[in-house]
Write a protein of this length. Structure first.
Length: 175
C-alpha cells in the first residue's frame, strides 16, 4: 500500500514538472513570436553613465508582461539597427550599423545573440526594476503598448560586436 502511494506521489510531481515546463516554453514562444517582427519604438530619456544610453522602449504584445520582458531585447536591437532621435535635453544616436541587411547576413551570430537569455542580456538592464508608470501602459486595439526605461551599455556592446567582426571599429575607415 505504501509503495502505491509513493509511486502516485512521484507521478504527481513529474506531472507538475511537465506542466510547468510546458507553460514556460509556451510563454517564451509567445515572447519570441511577438519579437520576430521587431515592433518597438525608442526614445531618449536622459544621458546615462559614460558609455551607456538611458532610453524608453515601447514594446507591443497582447500580454503586458511579454512586452515588458521583450523591452530589453528590443532596446539592444534598436541600438544596433535603428538608433533613436533626441529630445530637447538629450542628443539622438545613430545605429551602430547602417547595413540594413546585417541581421540577415550575420544570422548565425544574431540568432543565438537575441535568443532568450542570450548574450544581449550582458548589455542591458531595467532602470526601474521593470516597473511601468501608469502613462506607459496603453491598450492599442487588441494589444498593449508598454513603455519601459532601460539602460544599454553601448560602449561594451560596440566592443563586443567589433571583436566578433560584426561591425567595423570606429577608426577602421581611416587606416
Amino acid at each position: 500500500m505504501m509503495k502505491i502511494i509513493v509511486n502516485r506521489t512521484k507521478s504527481f510531481f513529474v506531472l507538475l514538472f511537465v506542466i510547468a515546463t510546458t507553460a514556460n516554453a509556451q510563454k517564451n514562444n509567445k515572447a519570441n513570436k511577438d519579437t520576430v517582427a521587431w515592433r518597438y519604438e525608442i526614445e531618449a530619456v536622459q544621458t546615462g553613465t559614460q558609455g551607456s544610453y538611458l532610453i524608453k522602449v515601447w514594446s507591443y504584445s497582447k500580454k503586458p508582461e511579454v512586452a515588458i520582458e521583450q523591452a530589453k531585447k528590443n532596446a539592444v536591437h534598436g541600438i544596433i539597427f535603428q538608433g533613436f532621435t533626441g529630445s530637447q535635453s538629450v542628443a539622438g544616436q545613430k545605429p551602430l550599423t547602417t547595413n540594413v541587411n546585417l541581421e540577415v547576413e550575420k544570422e548565425d551570430f544574431f540568432k543565438p545573440f537575441f535568443a532568450d537569455g542570450g548574450k544581449y542580456m550582458k548589455f542591458v538592464s531595467m532602470s526601474n526594476d521593470g516597473a511601468v508608470a501608469s502613462g506607459d501602459r496603453m491598450k492599442v486595439g487588441k494589444e498593449y503598448k508598454i513603455g519601459v526605461v532601460v539602460s544599454v551599455n553601448v560602449a561594451n556592446l560596440r566592443k563586443d560586436l567589433e571583436e566578433a567582426g560584426i561591425i567595423k571599429a570606429l577608426g577602421a575607415g581611416f587606416n
